[in-house]
Design a protein around this ligand. Structure first.
Ligand SMILES: CC(C)(COP(=O)(O)OP(=O)(O)OC[C@H]1O[C@@H](n2cnc3c(N)ncnc32)[C@H](O)[C@@H]1OP(=O)(O)O)[C@@H](O)C(=O)NCCC(=O)NCCS
Length: 164
């Protein structure tokens, strides 16, 4: 992508440390610079992830803190992609909240986010990686996941306390 000055805006993929402390506590983005990262994650979710809208900053910090692997994708100062996973580091991991901004979808960025997550130490040797998706089945099939017809997804919903 070309910016206003005519130069290319660099794409940066960040593989965060477990719990993403830099992003979570200081809002750090590319080059570990303060980037209002948490606000940008909130905006990305609000605008492009229908299941993750209206998450407050306090709960986003908790979400990051409880994530084993976290990836964010930036173009210049804009966060354009995100993904995270929880993992027991040996048997099971689950991908969560994979999102790429609408206007940059279809350029291989979602694949980059998922492949980066799967390449991280805490997940790469895990026996089985799960995910749940509403509209992304074909995308995940393209990158190596398959339907598990003999298993069912069961859910128990709890009321979310907005300001825990
Ligand atoms: C799903 C999502 C992350 C995919 O990101 P993306 O950057 O558009 O995907 P990519 O460009 O990396 O696509 C990777 C591959 O999947 C394919 N693909 C992507 N979306 C697809 C779709 N809806 N149907 C069929 N194939 C699809 C691409 O053609 C590409 O295949 P190729 O490598 O053979 O060319 C993105 O569309 C998104 O954020 N959607 C909204 C949120 C969402 O639904 N997330 C899913 C988790 S619930």
């Amino acid at each position: 992508m070309v910016n206003k000055s005519g130069s290319m805006t660099r794409l940066r993929l960040i593989k965060h440390a477990p719990g993403a402390p830099g992003l979570r506590i200081l809002g750090l983005g590319p080059n570990l610079l303060p980037s209002k990262g948490l606000l940008k994650l909130q905006k990305l979710f609000d605008e492009h992830a229908f299941w993750a809208q209206k998450r407050n900053l306090k709960n986003l910090r908790k979400l990051l803190s409880g994530s084993t692997v976290v990836v964010s994708l930036w173009r210049g100062k804009r966060m354009i992609g995100f993904g995270r996973a929880t993992s027991d580091q040996i048997y099971r991991a689950v991908l969560w909240d994979i999102v790429v901004a609408d206007d940059v979808q279809g350029q291989g960025l979602g694949r980059k986010v998922v492949e980066a997550l799967l390449s991280m130490k805490a997940i790469k040797k895990v026996e089985r990686v799960y995910l749940m998706t509403t509209h992304g089945t074909e995308f995940y099939k393209q990158i190596g996941f398959s339907n598990k017809e003999d298993q069912k997804l069961l859910i128990k919903n709890n009321a979310l306390l907005k300001s825990i």
